[in-house]
Design a protein around this ligand. Sequence first.
Ligand code: HEC
Length: 107
Amino acid sequence: MHSPSHWPARLAMLTGLAAAAMPATAQDALRARSLAATCANCHGTTGQAVGDMKSLAGMPAGKLLAMVEDFKSGAQPATVMHQIAKGYTAEQLELIAGHFAAQQPKP
Ligand code: HEC
């Protein structure tokens, strides 16, 4: 059975297997989506934050990257983002930024 609610978990499991057989762009889109999912706990599913949390959906990729770089370097003080930012390579962050830039911003 295809249950939509299981889709993200299945996607994460299948990513590794499927990646080898797919063209580079489709591969990157999948990787971007699973990487971006690690931000969703705090920033909301598909980047649309709940309550006071900052939304990432629709944020231009360059802006998101610049902010995350500032967290990484310590230029922008943070409670948690300076730690989180250090957990990703520049290439991973670019994929994440591209993913959120393509999402519909919060109305
Ligand atoms: C544990 C919760 C948590 C996770 C996971 C998380 N963030 Fe954050 N994020 C925060 C908090 C809290 C802030 C506010 C700054 C601070 O205090 O660290 C923030 C701020 C930001 C900002 C600045 C937004 C603005 O408009 O000021 C960006 C950009 C950002 N996060 C990107 C990301 C990305 C990309 C990921 C995934 C790689 C991510 N965050 C994962 C909690 C989180």
